[in-house]
Design a protein around this ligand. Structure first.
Ligand code: KG4
Ligand code: ZN
Length: 354
């Protein structure tokens, strides 16, 4: 029996995405229409603009995903959709489109948690992993560590108590007057900087904690740029006086920021490994594209003989292949939804404590 074709749909934030995956890991197409150009001037995602753009793009994107895969609507066995967490107006576009397709085709609908799907990204186009594993999601909306006892058995161990790491990267880039989204810009600039130029804080949050905190790091960078806490004549936020900095100074700030951010992540992953000595680590989310983070995780994996699953670049950022892959696992387990499925702003596994 051939593995089923699953269409995945992703609209949780500012990417309109659709993909066709066969089984849980064979990606036949992965189409992403990004909205960065629409949000750049606001240095962040504007929810109303995002949902309107999803509405305009969802049907062409689904068509392209089917066309590239060479799969017809009648070949699909199920429709998977990210229905949480995210911007509610954006999620509703994808959820409504998925429901309409599932109903019209008479196939099951599978609701997927976007954060759990990021953990599936490193399994795409690759061999299955042996559980239990640890999971690390580092994105613009989440920074969380999980114990993953099966594709569908995911327990939260720690999460950020304030900013997500990608959010901190984006804000740091704004402070330095770099382009949006800031993660890739800081990643590039940091390569030419001296990471020991500034000693930025790495939040520990107590000897037992597996939580993260990135807001102090962001503030430390801001003060390094402005020379201290705001006075009335200084504007808070925005490109605060970054124009007085040379390219070298900005590179040093970016490298020092990145060193602190990556160190904070690695320390908590090591702590989680001490507590849960598993043989695999699943990583996902936009920040998993970061070169410094990837190389440190690879060193860690060598030292601990870990089966490290770093997603390919196309699967780090928001995409629908990870949604379809996880939906295939849920479908195989009989975990399907009905047409009462609705969008929810919060994750079922990654939220809770604030
Ligand atoms: O997973 P994602 O596409 O969306 C969310 O679910 O949030 O992640 C987007 C985030 C943004 O904050 C972006 O700045 C960050 O991932 N990012 C990076 C890099 N590429 C994207 N952060 C650091 N280094 C990168 N190379
Ligand atoms: Zn994401």
């Amino acid at each position: 029996m051939t593995a089923p074709f699953i269409l995945g749909i992703e609209t949780s934030c500012d990417e309109t995405a659709a993909a066709v995956v066969q089984g849980t890991s064979r990606v036949l197409s992965n189409v992403v229409a990004t909205q960065h150009d629409l949000h750049r001037r606001y240095a962040g995602v504007v929810p109303e603009i995002a949902s309107r753009a999803h509405l305009e793009r969802i049907i062409p994107v689904v068509r392209e995903a089917l066309g590239t895969a060479g799969v017809g609507l009648g070949d699909l066995e199920a429709i998977g959709v990210a229905h949480r967490p995210g911007l509610i107006g954006s999620l509703l576009v994808g959820t409504s489109a998925a429901k309409a397709l599932a109903w019209a085709l008479g196939v099951p609908l599978v609701g997927v948690d976007h954060v759990v799907a990021h953990l599936h990204a490193g399994l795409l186009d690759d061999e299955p992993v042996s559980y239990p594993a640890l999971g690390l999601v580092v994105s613009g909306g989440h920074s969380s560590i999980f114990l993953v006892e099966g594709a569908l058995e995911v327990t939260l161990l720690g999460r950020t108590i304030d900013d997500a790491v990608g959010e901190a990267y984006d804000k740091a880039a704004t402070i330095l007057g770099l382009e949006y989204p800031g993660g890739p810009a800081i990643d590039r600039l940091a390569a030419d900087g001296d990471e020991t130029a500034h000693c930025f804080p790495v939040a520990k949050l107590g000897p037992e904690s597996l939580d993260f905190s990135f807001s102090g790091l962001k503030t430390a960078l801001l003060y390094a740029v402005t020379g201290g806490p705001p006075r009335p004549q200084r504007r808070a936020g925005g490109a605060v006086g970054a124009s007085h900095l040379s390219v070298k100074q900005k590179a040093d700030l970016a490298a020092s920021f990145q060193r602190a951010a990556v160190t904070a992540i690695l320390e908590k992953v090591k702590r989680a490994l001490e507590r849960h000595p598993v043989a695999a680590l699943l990583v996902g989310g936009g920040v998993s594209a970061n070169r410094r983070l990837r190389s440190e995780l690879q060193d860690l994996a060598r030292g601990h003989r870990l089966d490290l699953r770093l997603p390919r670049p196309a699967y780090c950022l928001d995409n629908a292949a990870m949604i379809a892959g996880l939906a295939a696992a849920k479908y195989a387990a009989g975990d399907v939804a009905d047409l009462s499925l609705t969008a929810a702003a919060r994750s079922e596994v990654a939220s809770g404590r604030h």
